[in-house]
Each structure stands twice: as C-alpha cells, then as structure tokens.
Ligand binder design. Sequence first.
Ligand code: AKB
Length: 315
Amino acid sequence: MAKTILILGACGQIGTELTLTLRNLHGSERVIASDIREGGEELMASGPFESLDATDPNALEDAVMHHEVEEVYLMAAMLSATAEKFPDRAWHLNMTSLFNVLKLAKEKMIDKVFWPSSIAVFGPNTPKDRTPQSTIMEPSTVYGISKQAGERWCEYYNRKFGVDVRSLRYPGLISWKTEPGGGTTDYAVEIFHHALKHKSYTSFLSAGTELPMMYMDDAIRATITLMRANPEQLQVRSSYNLQAMSFTPDQLSAAIRKHIPDFRIRYEPDYRQAIADSWPGSIDDTPAREDWGWEPQFGLEETTAIMLKELGKRS
Ligand code: AKB
C-alpha cells in the first residue's frame, strides 16, 4: 500500500499550503489533513479532513493506525506573540504534541516526522548577523523556550532511539493563501492587506527592526526537500538554520511603494518589539546548503510583487 501522510495543524498558515502541495505530489487520498478546527474552502475541498487534537495521545494513535500513516508533519503550534499571553497553554500545545508524535515514532508506528522549529530558538545574546547553526542560544520568549527544548528532544530521540525526525528553523513566513496568527513576524503579511485596502499601515515593530523572512513557496520547497533527503546526508538532527531574505519594516514599505506610490507607514511599537529585538537579523544556513542543497528562490522584490498581485485579485 502507498504511504499515507498525516498533517497535524493543517489549517494554519504553513499547514494549508503544505497540505495542498503534498496532495498534488502524492494524490489527495494519501494526505490526511487534521486540525482542531476546519480550514479555508480550498483546503477543505481538496481531500480528507479529520478533526484531531494533537495533544490527545489516544486520538492521535487511533488516527495513525486507522489511516496507516507513515509520515507525520506536526504543524500545530502556538506562535511567539500569543504564547507570551498564554504561557501554560503554549508550553502544553507545543511540547505535548511533539512528545505524542515522537513516542509513536519510537514505537515504530510512524517512519518519519517533520517538526518546525524557528529563529525564536535564538536569544538576545546570540550573534545577530549571519547567526551560525551552532551558537549561543538563550531564548527569552515562551515560544522560543518551547522550540529550543523541542529541538533537544528531536535530536535525543534520533540519537537514542533512531527516530527519523527532521526539522527547520523557519524565519517569518510570507503568504497570501492563509494569514498567520499570533506571530511577531506577522506584520510582514498584514502590511500587504492594509496597503491594498487603506494605502497605509501602522507597524507594531519599529522602522529599523531587521528580521529573517521567507516567501511561503520557498518554505514548502525546503520542507519537502528536507523530508526527501537521504537520511545519511543529514548531519543536523536538532533543526537546520534557513535563510532567504532579511529586511526591516522601512525596507518593506519602500518595496511596496514601488507598486503603490502613495502607501504610507507609521510606527507604534508594542510588546512584540522586545520579542523581535531578541531575534537575529540574518541567518547563516551553510549546513542546509551543504547537506541537502538548500537554495532560496524568492527575494524581497519578487515576494512584494507576488503578494500585491495575488491579494489584489481578491480585493
Ligand atoms: C513568529 O513570529 O512567532 C513566527 C516565527 C518566527 O516562528 N513567525
């Protein structure tokens, strides 16, 4: 029987596009989308959906057995800004779901796992420019602490029990199909919606806050390429650094002004500024390039043009 893939958190920003892409590659029936709530129209119409809470070990095991699942993509998570408001819930969701999946993999009920980490694993004492793969990591956010702990557990389960778990440290992700929710990098998506609707945006990060970012197509391609890589190629079993582009709100607004000349941006930094200030401005992703051939395809200009074009069709 051909393999079945289970996506946990399929209705979120990454989960939606990952599910659609995997369904194109493997066929709709082979990719089970699951989440605690239903997703957008395109996703729901594209193939099977199961209501599933990734923190419930019995429900997860039942789904894995029932669908004869071989690969799990665990995309359910509470992101940085929301996690600061609900630390207990964030820790519970981010860690319990990971343990549930790792345990099933340890018991050989699943062959392969993808788990997303983040640039949030780094902290204020980390070198900010071209942050290396291995460096000081003292995350100062609840989300970052959960991602750093998760990375340690992934590596542990791989080395100790041979679990084939693979991971990427995603930067801020920019997409038009599904909006992000609860992240510090969300401004870089919100700004496009506001630019088209109001020709103005009030940024919750200051003008000069540089952060690593990536267009969603690059993120999906990175994820699938990593999952297809020969296991012997993969030296990093915590999580790979990944870089595509870095920019500030000021630079992004200048790129938008090339398409909408009267677009205006104002700055009213809030509690998310401290989170952004604790993260790197750019990432050194040499191990990802050397081990499995990572190379980004979208920069700031291309991303801006696509976002305005695609969102413009809807407004
Ligand atoms: C967030 O802002 O919390 C996420 C992330 C960088 O992991 N987008």
